[in-house]
Design a protein around this ligand. Structure first.
Ligand code: BOM
Length: 143
């Protein structure tokens, strides 16, 4: 499952370049999206929430109210090898996190909190990808 999450992260992360400008996220704050899974990663910058919002809409994963679009997110995850193993669980985890932070009105801040909560849920359930796995593939892709 860590392998699946690695593929989904790298796929999702491809939208980062596209979103850097509109989210005002500087390269110094996040050079590559997979750093999201680092143990010491800080969820402090509103711009990161804006970047995740932009990246999600790039793949059509948000509704008009800037919540997760369940069907599209399920399809997106299933588009990766063995994605069907994790898609239901991921959609449920993200949705539970959304409910937990529903009172946060600012979309960028709420999405940042949802992302932080999602990462924690993944870690607790042992489905988070390791940095070794992410780095190895990222370097291979760059060649
Ligand atoms: O309420 C808005 C929902 C958007 C939150 C998305 C959280 C995901 C954080 C980023 C982690 C990415 C790894 C894979 C993404 C699959 C959707």
């Amino acid at each position: 499952t860590a392998e699946i999450m690695k593929d989904v992260t790298l796929g999702f992360g491809e939208a980062l370049q596209h979103c850097r400008e509109e989210s005002q996220l500087s390269e110094e704050k996040m050079e590559e999206f997979f750093h999201f899974w680092r143990e010491d990663f800080k969820f402090e910058d509103r711009e990161l929430g804006c970047a995740i919002k932009c990246m999600s809409s790039h793949f059509n994963l948000l509704t008009d109210s800037h919540r997760m679009h369940h069907e599209n997110t399920d399809k997106f995850i299933k588009s990766f090898p063995n994605g069907e193993v994790l898609s239901k669980q991921m959609v449920e985890m993200i949705h539970a996190c959304e409910l937990q932070h529903d009172a946060t009105e600012d979309h960028c801040w709420r999405i940042l909190r949802v992302a932080e909560c999602f990462k924690l849920s993944c870690t607790k359930r042992g489905v988070a990808p390791t940095m070794e796995l992410l780095m190895a593939e990222f370097i291979m892709e760059a060649d």
